[in-house]
Design a protein around this ligand. Structure first.
Ligand code: MG
Length: 379
């Protein structure tokens, strides 16, 4: 198989602020895998919070390029090999994994959800995320998002109660809140008790990722369900979530791709945990890969492509929050019309790796004014 990689910058429609960082541009990587004239596409959305950035993705891909073999149908074998070559690097692995599914689906002429035996009518509605800002501004954005029946509100700042009250004043939408690790367990409980009267569906990641006893403390006392995101990254994390949370948030970019996410979904089910599918700031390419799995889950938070103004792909459609899976072969994603190149004006298109003749990774670029204020990028 032949592997090529390109940079892909996505510009947020409004700066995306969460409890620990603000993001203006997502510095993603597009991969293409070619076998026998068929091309599969994948995307990496690296997060500094999980130890990845664009440069590390490009470097990992140069290592992986020589270990892909010639048979794209051997997805489990390839995943096993890549884990042996390099630990971690989940976003880089997710890009390759979804490209393999895209390639195999195109070869067989079937959409991914069909290969997995899933019913697209069972796809849940996605939430639409309101990043942190002043309560008035967040309420204004909630009003603008009136087409979405589920809103996810980023909390963990100084005005959480005022924010939720202001948003509840302007909408009857289902509301979820995500604290992105901002609270101690006692702070979390105090806030959750105050937020509960505003009809909140659940609370995502109230405490620090490693504070498992804090999760248990909150969950034992909370009037609202608790969902783990940063505390639950891969399959290995699931057993210790039992009794500490009500559900987990799975992201392709945390766990390493479609094949790993499938294992997580079924393992979580076996432990009677609710399952949410989440995302980073991603184009419709990676969002669509996750959306194909969504008929298996309880909640979807697949709005990454809705938050950018230069999505170069068309895939899953969102109609009033409903996820409409594409029925094209593989991921069913195509390039948006009138988009002359994948890259936007500020992005160079560069091939970095080709199986059998891997080239050195690109040198790390100096951070521009558009870089995130912090390294953490988390939806
Ligand atoms: Mg989250």
């Amino acid at each position: 198989m032949e592997l090529t990689a390109d940079t892909l910058d996505l510009t947020l429609t409004t700066p995306f602020r969460i409890a620990r960082s603000v993001q203006h541009v997502a510095h993603n990587v597009l991969v293409q895998l070619e076998a026998d004239g068929v091309v599969g596409m994948g995307e990496a959305a690296p997060s500094g919070f999980y130890g990845e950035k664009r440069e590390s993705v490009l470097t990992a891909l140069t290592y992986f390029a020589d270990h892909l073999g010639d048979d794209p149908t051997l997805i489990e074998d390839i995943a096993h090999t890549l884990n042996r070559v390099l630990r971690g690097n989940a976003a880089a692995k997710a890009a390759l994994d979804m490209a393999l599914y895209d390639l195999v689906g195109k070869r067989l002429g079937a959409p991914l959800y069909q290969l997995l035996g899933l019913n697209p009518a069972h796809a849940p509605h996605t939430s639409f995320t309101i990043g942190m800002d002043t309560p008035d501004e967040m309420a204004r954005r909630a009003l603008l998002a009136r087409d979405y029946p589920i809103l996810k509100i980023k909390v963990g700042g100084r005005n959480d109660l005022e924010t939720v009250r202001a948003i509840r004043d302007v909408t009857d939408a289902t509301l979820r809140v995500d604290a992105n690790c901002a609270w101690t367990a006692k702070e979390a409980l105090r806030m959750i008790e105050r937020l509960a009267p505003y009809r909140i569906e659940f609370v995502e990641q109230p405490v620090a990722p490693g504070d498992l006893e804090g999760l248990r403390f909150v969950r034992d006392r909370s009037p609202l369900p608790i969902i783990a995101d940063e505390s639950c990254v891969t399959l290995d994390d699931i057993p210790q979530m039992v009794g500490r949370v009500d559900g987990i948030c799975i992201k392709l970019m945390k766990c390493g791709g479609v094949s790993h996410a499938l294992k997580m979904i079924h393992t979580a089910r076996a432990h009677h945990l609710k399952v949410m599918l989440g995302c980073m700031i991603e184009s419709s390419l990676a969002i669509t890969a996750a959306a194909h799995l969504s008929p298996l889950v309880d909640y979807a938070d697949l709005d990454g492509a809705l938050l950018v103004n230069d999505d170069p792909f068309v895939g899953v459609q969102v109609e009033q929050g409903r996820l409409l899976l594409p029925d094209g072969a593989g991921l069913g994603v195509r390039r948006r019309a009138r988009q002359p190149t994948i890259a936007s004006g500020r992005t160079g298109r560069q091939r970095i790796a080709r199986s059998g003749q891997a080239t050195p990774a690109l040198p790390a670029r100096a951070a521009s004014a558009d870089e995130s204020e912090g390294p953490e990028v988390e939806e």
